[in-house]
Design a protein around this ligand. Sequence first.
Ligand SMILES: Nc1ncnc2c1ncn2[C@@H]1O[C@H](COP(=O)(O)OP(=O)(O)OP(=O)(O)O)[C@@H](O)[C@H]1O
Length: 266
Amino acid sequence: MSVPAVDPVLSATGIERSYALPRARPWGPRDVVTALQAVDLRVGAGERVGLVGTSGSGKSTLLRCLLGLESPDRGTVTFAGRPVRPGPTASLRWYRRLVQYVPQDPAGSLDPRATVRDLVAVPLRHLQVPGDHDATVATALRRVGLDPELAGRRPGELSGGQAQRVALARALAPGPALLLADEPVSGLDLPVRDQVVEVLAELSARQGLGLLLVSHDLAVVARLCDRTVVLGDGRVLEDRPTADLLASPDHPRTRELLAAVPTLPV
Ligand SMILES: Nc1ncnc2c1ncn2[C@@H]1O[C@H](COP(=O)(O)OP(=O)(O)OP(=O)(O)O)[C@@H](O)[C@H]1O
């Protein structure tokens, strides 16, 4: 589960993406929504980058392009210099091992009938990760601060915080260099939210794991991310060290986002 020997830089260059909306009338014109315009984004090895913006600013669209789930109309995504674009499962297996996705409400995505051991081992099988999967599962559980003895339990027999950690262990098990996390703590109770944030902080700061964190919660971004990219109307409005951004936001949209957060831990 060591970080692989590649230069794990995720790079998006000149990303554009538009969607044609359904016609309002059968022969009428089709409206087009431009979700992303000339977006550049880079996440270096072990870097922790926040991606913030108001609703509809393009965060999820960008994430889908970065994950190779959707093709941009223009521009390229590369990881460690190799192109990332949608294709058959086998063609992106290398990428899925190196870059793992953490969904919103990760624990909610766990199959309640499966044991923790199976839940964490499934991606290892799908991605054809070599080695002793039981040992890899135990290591992944330890990395998120869980006792490997929990491997026989099912999600319903875990606390909320433990279940979230299992979901993170599942993302870590294939040995990724980078996590792409989409609002991973939104909707969680405050104590569970804080636990998950601390596990992510520990993983990225002490174990060298890169993180791209999509969030509308600037307090979480401030805790976790060294650099923050602000999206607005599908464009990058700011891309700066988080501390600078919070201390002196350049763009009115950033100031609006900041005004929406009651207290920031900086
Ligand atoms: N499949 C689609 N078809 C049509 N329009 C879409 C589609 N996906 C996204 N859009 C539009 O693209 C723009 C960006 O949407 P996106 O979901 O990427 O924003 P977001 O920042 O993730 O928003 P939120 O924080 O609400 O999730 C919005 O105007 C949205 O309506």
